[in-house]
Ligand binder design. Structure first.
Ligand code: 5AD
Ligand code: SF4
Length: 348
């Protein structure tokens, strides 16, 4: 079994059966997998964890994903939109704290037109000239992605959610299409964005076969960023009565993805930290190298309730950056405030 880990660490690809063996491996192999993933991350990034300021700009969403609390049919959520000035204010505060990457994240809110986002991008560039701007605004047209890229956004997060078409259609209503999702990811990569893909672990109906398909898709598309977190039920959604995804399997998948994509930017996701305060550190010890504290104004933070009990204070907030630093120090890592762009070359 250890030879499979070695092969992935050397060749960065495996076949479906080998991924199955790793997803189902014994605890000895799991420890070795995480150790190799951690070491490969250290060889590329040292003990540095990139920090990104996350701003949740609107929780309106035209979509109805079955797992997400922002879905349009959820009437139990207080909706909000930050104004342009509020968004710029968040960036300015983050910039003053030393942050050099801002992630504008939102539900698919139709008021977020190209011209509004373009204008926001240039205002952010004015107050934070050397900062990277990452967008996470869902599915848009290729022309829109291109316009936003030309305006200065250099990164885009769009999880593929499920590589398997059938699972995708179980998790989404009929008006959302798997092929459009994949086409969006392909467009983002073709335009030149540093592109983030990813999926949840432990969504209802998900099998090992589905996760193998996710791994093979990531292996084929080789995105620069990969966000992976456990599914967490949200009570006001159709999947709200299911149990949360397993942390141990999520960490194992993080380690596999690190070995597959040695220089990728892989966050220790808020979903992991929401299930277990120690899971963020465990993610880092499994190969993650990014954290994304929340810069949104405190008054709206709990309204971005994609799942229940989302971590929104302490180390997930701007005020908590010092405590985040302390937590990382306990495992010998520290925050790196630079832009932390994806490096194409392989330093190994
Ligand atoms: N549990 C965990 N993650 C979720 N997301 C949406 N709903 C949930 C949930 N209930 C993730 C999706 C989406 C990202 C913004 O949050 O993968 O892409
Ligand atoms: Fe909207 Fe994204 Fe939630 Fe789907 S996952 S309902 S697109 S915010």
């Amino acid at each position: 079994m250890r030879t499979l880990v070695d092969r992935l660490a050397t060749l960065h690809t495996l076949d479906a059966d080998s991924y199955r063996a790793l997803l189902e491996c014994d605890s000895d192999t799991e420890s070795y997998l995480k150790e190799r993933a951690r070491n490969i991350a250290t060889e590329h990034f040292g003990h540095e964890i990139y920090v990104r300021g996350l701003i949740e700009i609107s929780n309106y969403c035209r979509n109805n994903c079955l797992y997400c609390g922002l879905r349009r049919d959820n009437r139990n959520i207080a909706r909000y939109r930050l104004s342009d000035n509020e968004i710029i204010d968040c960036c300015a505060k983050g910039y003053a704290m030393g942050l050099r990457t801002f992630v504008l994240q939102s539900g698919e809110d139709s008021t977020l037109t190209d011209s509004r986002i373009t204008n926001l991008i240039s205002r952010i560039a004015d107050i934070a000239p050397e900062a990277a701007i990452t967008l996470s605004l869902g599915e848009r047209s290729k022309d829109s992605y291109t316009a936003l890229f030309n305006a200065g956004a250099s990164r885009y997060l769009l999880r593929h959610e499920a590589a398997d078409r059938q699972l995708y259609s179980l998790l989404h209503p009929e008006d959302m299409s798997w092929s459009n999702r994949i086409d969006c990811a392909k467009s983002l990569i073709a335009i030149g964005y540093q592109t983030g893909m990813g999926m949840m672990v432990g969504v209802p109906q998900q099998t090992t076969d589905h996760l193998i398909e996710d791994l093979l898709l990531l292996q084929q598309m080789r995105p620069q960023m990969v966000g992976i977190g456990p599914f967490i039920p949200q009570a006001d959604t159709p999947l709200g009565y299911h149990t949360a995804g397993p942390i141990d399997l999520t960490l194992r998948i993080l380690a596999i993805v690190r070995l597959m994509l040695p220089n990728a930017l892989i966050p220790a996701t808020t979903a992991l930290a929401s299930l277990d305060a120690d899971a963020r550190n465990q993610a880092i010890l499994s190969g993650a190298n990014v954290v994304m504290p929340n810069l949104s104004p405190a008054c709206v933070r709990e309204k971005y309730a994609i799942y229940d009990n989302k971590a929104a204070t302490a180390s997930e907030s701007a005020e908590g950056i010092a405590s985040l630093q302390q937590q990382l120090n306990t495992i010998g890592y520290h925050l790196n405030f630079s832009r932390g762009d994806f490096q194409q070359y392989d330093r190994l």
